[in-house]
Design a protein around this ligand. Structure first.
Ligand SMILES: [Zn+2]
Length: 310
């Protein structure tokens, strides 16, 4: 029997877990602060893996990490969350240290893979996963394969352009889905409207959160309601595009912003129907929430390592 080690590198924590074959319940688990903006992230990662390294044989390590990264070489190209990692060969370094194969992919792809293998997307062969929080990440399963692309940079669904002259995105380009539908994008819109003189129960503030806006919307605040209507509208436009490209049987939403529910998804569904190229895409299409929560990245890394070891 050989075990699999899964790693999830997040902005605040590095999580490591060890799994027996055919189980998604870890036999041991380690969580350490990543202190991602300080030096020594790799050493903390290596120590966290050491802490749970079992006596039994390990077949592979899987890693979910923020990107952009190259899954073919196991290299982090650059990630805003971890400034010291530029063209950083994290997978080869761990492989050399632990003497087992190490597989790497970005956290959104891994969350999509996990939802497909173990979560809301079980049994589907064509799946689109979208996580909406501070940023927007995506993962695509096409005909039962994780879509990685030539450079391993496929399925960046949050950076699809829906208005070339639109607002600035977190990535520095304009008009991406993320620049309309992420938590900070919704908050920015509210702040802009307040600055322009719109009345609201909300106050202009740089740290305004999507959660606060959702509370105001539920209490009937017209500006807050319109902010989610706008985000839902653009989300519908985005998903209409994904349907035309990938023709999935299921679309899964993860991330904090998707927890607001009807405020976002009612306008989303109206917009999706309006903008979808042909109504047949919507026949038997499942639209649902992610099932795995915070464990999605870790379980995706597990699924990746298992897939590559087969
Ligand atoms: Zn972008």
């Amino acid at each position: 029997m050989s075990l699999t080690v899964a790693v999830d590198i997040g902005g605040t924590h590095i999580r490591v877990a060890v799994y027996e074959p055919d189980s998604i319940k870890p036999i041991s688990h380690e969580r350490t602060r990543s202190l991602a903006r300080e030096p020594g992230v790799y050493d903390r990662l290596e120590q966290a893996v050491e802490a749970v390294w079992p006596k039994e044989k390990v077949s592979a390590i899987g890693i979910a990490s923020p990107g952009p990264l190259d899954p073919h070489t196991g290299t982090i190209l650059a990630t805003p969350n971890i400034p010291e990692w530029k063209n950083f060969p994290v997978a080869p370094k761990l492989a050399q240290h632990f003497g087992v194969p190490v597989h790497l992919d970005n956290d959104a792809n891994m969350a999509g893979l996990a939802e497909w293998q173990y979560g809301a997307g079980k049994g589907h062969q064509n799946l689109v996963y979208l996580t909406i929080s501070t940023g927007i990440g995506g993962g695509v399963i096409s005909h039962g394969c994780l879509l990685q692309g030539f450079h391993g940079m496929g399925a960046e669904l949050g950076h699809m352009i829906i208005d070339a002259d639109g607002p600035l995105c977190g990535c520095g380009k304009r008009g991406h889905v993320e620049s309309f539908c992420s938590g900070p994008a919704i908050a920015r819109y509210v702040n802009e409207q307040l600055k322009a003189g719109q009345t609201s129960t909300l106050q202009m503030q740089p740290n305004l959160s999507a959660l606060q806006i959702a509370e105001a919307a539920r209490a009937g605040d017209a500006l807050a309601i319109s902010a989610f209507e706008r985000a839902g509208h653009y989300l519908g436009v985005a998903v209409a595009n994904y349907l035309a490209i990938f023709d999935p049987s299921i679309v899964i939403f993860g991330g904090g912003v998707s927890q607001v529910g009807e405020l976002l998804f009612k306008p989303f569904e109206e917009s999706l129907r309006e903008y979808t190229f042909h109504p047949h895409y919507l026949d038997n299409l499942v639209i649902t929430k992610a099932a795995l929560g915070d464990d999605a990245g870790l379980l995706g890394a597990l699924a990746l390592a298992r897939m590559k070891s087969e």
